[in-house]
Design a protein around this ligand. Structure first.
Ligand code: GDP
Ligand code: MG
Length: 297
């Protein structure tokens, strides 16, 4: 039987909907989704095997200028990822005009060997006339392999993505076992889910200077026991995360547990601790502690 494997990079500016798309394509919660930009800090690889074809998705942190050491790590991971891709799904937002950084990134992707597909996301937010105009404009400017209007949130247009990718696939062995959804270690996914809950539940009050470190991860009689430490940069952030009488932390814990139990298919006990570590974003030793390494292939 012929097998095919496609390496597909999902890219675009922060908040455009990359993680939402990845989750929708996989039908499982793998990448972190937030209404704040740059919450996806690792290259999260989702793997989907349908029939003879294995789709390997790479989610990027998006296009931005690095401001901290952490930003540098993120950019490096984008570079590594794009070099590996056969297909680039470049996402832009419905009703918007391609900005400077999107254009710059696009010229890089067009210079690579990958087929570049433009996804115009969030079509649920604009009317048909606006969308038609936008499609007309971008197709006059760039030679995309195809332009696909989608709504990642509503699962709209996703079948067309698979249909467009199909003819681009070449014979290749599968790189991963056929029954896994991601090559990420479970504990990293658990940490990402906890981080997502913190960012979402605390809304604008806690900035991105938080990290979650899984200190313990074990299984006992079918129950998963996780002890996680949440690091933030300021005492004030710690107070917000814990909340009045520990209410916020309880909420973070119960929302995270719900998602993690669904993902791992097991009951879990989640123990959360909050600690302050100032300026951790600029300390290389701490970064590698949290699993951000720049030598990953
Ligand atoms: P990323 O930074 O590119 O990974 O973006 P996310 O996937 O985290 O999404 C950012 C925000 O856009 C979230 O609030 C999503 O719910 C929202 N979003 C994603 N796709 C759509 C869509 O198709 N329509 C609408 N209305 N919102 C979307
Ligand atoms: Mg994301």
């Amino acid at each position: 039987m012929d097998t095919r494997t496609a390496f597909i990079l999902i890219t675009g500016k922060p908040n455009v909907g990359k993680s939402t798309l990845l989750n929708a394509l996989l039908g499982e919660k793998v990448a972190i989704v937030s209404s704040k930009p740059q919450t996806t800090r690792n290259r999260i690889t989702g793997i989907l095997t349908k029939g003879n074809t294995q789709y390997v998705f790479i989610d990027t942190p998006g296009l931005h200028k690095p401001k901290t050491l952490l930003g540098d790590y993120m950019m490096k991971s984008v570079g590594i990822a794009s070099a590996d891709a056969d297909i680039v799904l470049f996402m832009t937002e419905a009703g918007s005009v391609l900005n400077q950084s999107e254009r710059k990134a696009l010229s890089g992707y067009f210079a690579s060997n990958a087929a570049v597909i433009l996804l115009i996301n969030k079509i649920d937010k604009v009317n048909k006339g606006v969308l038609a105009e936008q499609m007309h404009e971008v197709s006059a400017q760039y030679e995309f392999h195809s332009i696909i209007p989608v709504s990642a949130l509503n699962n709209d247009g996703l079948d067309i993505i698979f249909r467009e990718i199909e003819p681009l696939l070449i014979e290749s062995p599968h790189f991963f076992a056929d029954d896994i959804a991601t090559n990420q270690p479970e504990r990293q996914i658990v940490a990402e889910i906890i981080r997502e809950k913190i960012l979402r539940l605390t809304e604008e009050e806690v900035p991105h200077g938080i990290a979650v470190s899984i200190e313990e991860f074990k299984e006992k009689k079918g129950v998963i026991l996780v002890r996680a430490e949440i690091f933030c940069e300021k005492e004030g952030h710690k107070r917000i995360i814990i909340g009045k009488n520990g209410d916020m932390l309880k909420k973070i814990g119960s929302y995270a547990r719900e998602d993690i139990e669904k993902l791992l298919g097991a009951r879990m006990y989640l123990d959360l601790w909050v600690k302050v570590k100032e300026n951790w974003r600029d300390r290389p030793a701490l970064l590698s502690n949290f699993g951000y390494k720049d030598d990953e292939a």
